[in-house]
Each structure stands twice: as C-alpha cells, then as structure tokens.
Design a protein around this ligand. Structure first.
Ligand SMILES: NC(=O)c1ccc[n+]([C@@H]2O[C@H](COP(=O)([O-])OP(=O)(O)OC[C@H]3O[C@@H](n4cnc5c(N)ncnc54)[C@H](O)[C@@H]3O)[C@@H](O)[C@H]2O)c1
Length: 251
C-alpha cells in the first residue's frame, strides 16, 4: 500500500463516477486530501461527502476540462485552498458513438471525443504545471485505454484519442523529466462503469472477449494502481502508460 505524507493533496477529475470516483474514495481513505472535480457537480459533491463522512478530507468543484479559461479559475482556487497541489488524476473521458466503422463516423462526434479525451488532458496539465514547477514536485496521471494501444474496432474516435493520450504523456514525461514532476497514463481494459453500461452490448462483448483473464477489471484494481502512480514512491517512472488489461496488452 503506497504511503502518503501529510498533507498530500490530489485532485481527481471525473470524480463523480466510475474510475475517478473509486480512486477518490480510496485516496480519501488513505489520508489524502481529495479535490473532487467533475462537470457533474452534484456527483462530485456526493463523492466528497462520502469521503468526509468516512472521516477523510475532501472538497468538490465543478469543472469542464475543455474550457481553458473557466478551468484556470477553478485550478487557481484548488491551489489556493490546498497550498500545494501534489497530484492530478484525470479520469474525465467519453466514448462518443460506438459500434460504427470508420467510414460511418460523424466528424462532429470525432471532434467532441477529441476535445474531452485529448485536448482536455493537455489543458488540465497546462493549468497545473506552473504550480507544480514552482514546487518542483508533481504527479500527473491521465487515464488512456487499451483502445489506444490496440485499437478497438467500432471505436475510431475513442481509440485515436486514447492513442493520443499515450503520445501526450510520452512527450510530456520527457519535457519535465529533470524536475520532480512525473506525467504518466494508465490503460485499462473493460471495467464495468456507467461509461461501459452506455455502450452497445455487442461492443462490450467484443472488448471483454479479448481479455485473457476472461473477466472485466474491478474498480478497486484501478484505484490501487492510481494511488501508487500518484504517490511519492512512484518516482522513477515518467512518460509511461501503465497496463491494466488482464493480459491483453503485455507492453
Ligand atoms: N470503464 C472502462 O472500461 C474504461 C476502460 C479504459 C479507459 N477508461 C477511461 O477511464 C476514464 C474514466 O472512465 P469511467 O469508465 O469511469 O467513465 P464514467 O463515465 O463513469 O466517468 C467519467 C466522468 O468524467 C466526467 N466528465 C466527462 N467529460 C467531462 C468534462 N468535459 N469535464 C469534466 N468532467 C467530465 C463525467 O461527468 C463522469 O463523471 C475515461 O477517460 C475512460 O475513457 C475507462
């Protein structure tokens, strides 16, 4: 179990639901001060309330990671409230329309997915990096996907943007390698969350059948890896995409 110094503040984007919610809860239970961020503010506040009710420390703010100007105000507030923001886990993401071949993809839907899944991670990183550079410490973690490594048929926009996230962290990891800041990604296979529940069942079956362990990942398995990657102990790995795919991608 990774240890955290006190105080240690982690902002979780996408904390209202699924992987982000699970990571926020686990971090809150380990003594981390958690800032729960989501465009779904009532969901983010619900997660923060649960952390607080369990004896932890948490706050919630609304954020839209595709809006550079509005989110910079949110991040300023997060930094000024915490004194030091040690880490950011960005779990915001969308699949867009799925179970479509590439020639059927609507460019507007592609753009929608691109803005949240790839532009968003850049904008989040840009918002927090000046503060982390000032402190010479930081952990930035974006959630990519097995789709970005392997490509999922029927998910052109999702696969392309998640591959983009993998490239983004490769480049950013090197940009800041001589500072105390690491920038990494995590590439899960299928984990049953509201995002997956909204996909056509044929698409979910296609993805799950490819997992050698013949099961979906569990939310706790994602949260444990996230907690490790954003902890001070994970200090010699940057620009890397950690695998969480039950053996589907062995690299
Ligand atoms: N669940 C899986 O099987 C799986 C597999 C691989 C990768 N991922 C990735 O993990 C991340 C989390 O997925 P999940 O399954 O927990 O999804 P989810 O839908 O349960 O949660 C995603 C959260 O992101 C928030 N969000 C979306 N757009 C936003 C925006 N513009 N600004 C702020 N918040 C926004 C949503 O409100 C939601 O609370 C996503 O990036 C997803 O692509 C999930």
């Amino acid at each position: 179990m990774p240890g955290f110094p006190s105080p240690y503040t982690v902002a979780v984007v996408g904390a209202a639901s699924g992987i982000g919610r699970s990571a926020a809860m686990l971090l809150g239970g380990r003594g981390v001060t958690v800032v729960c961020l989501d465009r779904d503010i009532s969901g983010a506040a619900g997660t923060a309330d649960e952390i607080t009710a369990a004896g932890g420390s948490a706050k919630a703010h609304a954020i839209d990671i595709v809006d550079a100007a509005a989110q910079s105000i949110v991040w300023e507030k997060v930094v000024s409230e915490s004194g030091q923001l040690h880490a950011v886990v960005n779990c915001a993401g969308v699949t867009g329309k799925a179970n479509l071949k590439a020639h059927q993809v609507d460019p507007d839907d592609f753009d929608f997915v691109y803005r949240i899944n790839l532009l968003g991670p850049l904008l989040v990183s840009q918002a927090v990096l000046p503060h982390m550079l000032e402190k010479n410490y930081g952990r930035i973690l974006h959630i990519a996907s097995i789709a970005g490594k392997e490509g999922n048929a029927g998910m052109t926009a999702y696969s392309a943007t998640k591959a983009g996230v993998i490239g983004l962290v490769k480049s950013m990891g090197k940009d800041y390698a001589e500072t105390g800041i690491t920038v990494n990604a995590l590439a899960p296979a299928v984990i049953r969350t509201p995002m997956v529940a909204a996909l056509p069942e044929a698409q979910v079956k296609y993805m799950t059948d490819k997992i050698p362990m013949k099961r979906c990942g569990e939310l706790d398995e994602a949260a444990e890896m996230i907690a490790w990657i954003v902890s001070p102990a994970c200090s010699f790995t940057t620009g890397f995409t950690f695998d969480l795919s039950g053996g589907r991608a062995v690299y």
